[in-house]
Write a protein that binds this ligand. Structure first.
Ligand code: ATP
Ligand code: MG
Length: 582
């Protein structure tokens, strides 16, 4: 769990200690930063970056990285760049570039004027590659992909040197220039770093720096037919942007020696002697969720979901449409902390965070999901009265609203049982129930369809003195139901969601089926003919409500005032609180 504390920071190695009042995050990366600041490293600067590849929409795992990169910089008077890692044109698209920016802003973070693209550096990166060739540190290799794999060796056996490894500088320069000029087909040649084919780290066995690829790039279009590899472009992009702490996920730990090699071998212009430092942290995994962009993309492209923003998706846009707030996601990212070992977080914690946030903010309203008509026989026909209802017991400032009451109302089908079991404290034949913010009613008779025997309506009586403030208002009644006035109610569509996957770890394919076999066929239930309070007609897309007893809801983008559509974000039952107790 995150705590906050006040730390002593010495900037620039200056003798006097500066105590910051700002609360600092507590995690091992913050500790590294504190040490760096004490030592006067990077001239006392903290400069991070968030480097998404624009090949998909951002997901909750990216939110963790965003909160970490922007959060650490902010806590240490630093800044953060947004850099698109667009070195693989075959999968990248401006749709993703746009959605990524929208999502980061929505989460509440600001890169100000520091929006960059790795493709901004294609010329520089090419120049640096020429520099490496001239220094005898890189060579053009003609081995096929298959041969390259064979030459690489294994974890237990060293690799073999490519027969092209000892080409002369002149020949390498000529071939690399011709690769760039488009003289060779895709895949015919690559530029490789000349490091060590016997290195115990496979990433250091002469890794590929450039490949030939004819694909139209979303920004440089057809200017280039050679593209730098991530492991080469990334450290140098960091360096050119004067990044101090390059934070990435654990799978890059084995690539760190190559990251450092690139920075050592290339003579790039930099501020003083500072050099970016790669630091790895554990990626976020969530139960009942897949997080791989490849898999998320497959779900979208094969129509398993309605799009990247399907409210069941773990994408930021999906969570937003589902009704999650930026505050709840940031709170979640704070609580999960930052570790050096992979683990899986219970999705119930994410749900807990949105409940906590909306408990403070969301107006309480009444909506009947599966309506059952109730006719109050002793209430005057044609009469309506407006009753006062509290908007949020957690927030007196939220005030009160008026809701109409009339002779015919709807209650929830499940709030009535003709032959109730013991301890059923809702409405039964001859029994009573309190209507929230209204009267006590008693069920006098049950009207059924003559053919099907289905219950069509309940005929009830009401106690006219039982309204709040009335003589019998204090009568002890076990159950309270939500309800809406039939004459005033607005018909609505309500979408209920369950986990997108049935199993806790859908990535587990040890049973011989892939993650798609674990999709939950009941993850979406659409209820039509729901009845909601008339005031909800004015609700706008993205507004949040607590529907009494039913959970937290938001207005979906498919909504119109003629036909409101609501998404259930979460029910009120907090499974996380239970997990913690157990
Ligand atoms: P790809 O498979 O396409 O590389 P990716 O998830 O690594 O997918 P990027 O766009 O490269 O996607 O990620 C941007 C940043 O977000 C990287 O620094 C990456 O480490 C981080 N990131 C991605 N997934 C997670 C996750 N599940 N938890 C934490 N950080 C993540
Ligand atoms: Mg990546």
């Amino acid at each position: 769990m995150e705590k906050s504390h006040t730390e002593e920071i010495v900037l620039d190695g200056a003798p006097e200690a500066i105590t910051t009042e700002a609360t600092l995050p507590v995690n091992f990366i913050q500790n590294i930063i504190i040490e760096d600041l004490k030592m006067g490293k990077n001239a006392g600067k903290v400069h991070t970056r968030f480097p998404p590849e624009p090949n998909g929409y951002l997901h909750i795992g990216h939110a963790k990285s965003i909160c970490l990169n922007f959060g650490l910089a902010k806590a240490n008077n630093g800044i953060t760049n947004l850099r698109f890692d667009d070195t693989n044109p075959s999968k990248e698209d401006t749709e993703y570039v746009d959605s990524i920016q929208e999502d980061i802003k929505w989460l509440g973070f600001d890169w100000e004027d520091r929006l960059f693209y790795a493709s901004d550096y294609f010329d520089k990166l090419y120049e640096y590659a020429v520099q490496l060739i001239k220094a005898g540190k890189a060579y053009v290799c003609d081995l096929t992909a298959q041969e390259t794999r064979e030459y690489r060796g294994t974890l237990t056996e060293p690799g073999n040197e490519s027969p092209y490894r000892n080409r002369s500088v002149e020949e390498n320069l000529d071939l690399f220039q011709r690769m760039k000029a488009g003289e060779f087909p895709d895949g015919a040649r690559v530029l490789r770093a000349k490091i060590d084919m016997a290195s115990p780290n496979l990433n250091m066995r002469d890794p590929v720096l450039y490949r030939i690829l004819r694909a139209t790039h979303h920004r440089t279009v057809d200017t280039w037919c050679i593209y730098p590899m991530y492991d080469y472009a990334h450290p140098l992009s960091d360096a050119m942007e004067n990044i101090t702490h390059s934070i990435c996920t654990l799978e890059f730990a084995d690539h760190r020696p190559l990251y450092d090699w690139c920075l050592e071998q290339v003579d790039y212009s930099r501020d003083g002697e500072s050099r970016p430092q790669q630091i790895e942290f554990a990626r976020l995994n969530l139960t009942y969720t897949v997080m791989s962009k490849r898999k998320l993309r497959e779900l979208v492209e094969k129509n398993y979901v309605s799009g990247w923003d399907d409210p069941r998706m773990p994408t930021i846009s999906g969570l937003r449409r589902r009704g999650y707030t930026p505050e709840s996601i940031r709170d979640f990212c704070d609580r999960i902390g930052v570790a050096k070992r992979d683990s899986t977080v219970d999705i119930a914690l994410l749900e807990h965070c949105i409940r906590e946030d909306l408990n403070k903010k969301a107006s309480r309203v009444m909506a009947v999901l599966r309506p059952l008509k109730v006719i109050i026989e002793n209430y005057p026909e044609g009469q309506a009265e407006w009753l006062e209802a509290e908007n949020n017991p957690e927030d007196p400032a939220a005030g009160i609203r008026s809701i109409p009451f009339s002779r015919e109302i709807y209650i929830e089908q499940e709030d009535f049982m003709e032959n109730p079991p013991k301890k059923f404290f809702r409405l039964t034949p001859g029994g009573e129930i309190r209507l929230k913010s209204a009267y006590i009613i008693k069920c006098e008779s049950v009207e059924k369809d003559e053919v099907s025997g289905e219950i069509i309506a309940l005929h009830c009586s009401y106690d006219p003195d039982s309204k709040s403030g009335g003589a019998t208002a204090g009568r002890k009644i076990k159950g309270t139901s939500h309800w809406v006035s039939a004459d005033h109610a607005v018909p609505a569509e309500i979408r209920l969601y369950d986990h997108l996957f049935m199993t806790e770890n859908p990535d587990d394919d040890t049973d011989g089926t892939d993650y798609k076999a674990k999709l939950n066929p009941n993850s979406l239930e659409i209820l039509t003919g729901c009845m909601v309070e008339p005031g909800l007609k004015e609700a706008l897309t993205g507004d949040h409500f607590q529907f009494l007893r039913q959970g937290y809801f938001t207005v979906d983008k498919d909504s119109s005032s003629e036909r409101p559509v609501f998404n259930r974000i979460v029910s009120l039952k907090d499974t996380w609180a239970k997990v913690k107790k157990a």
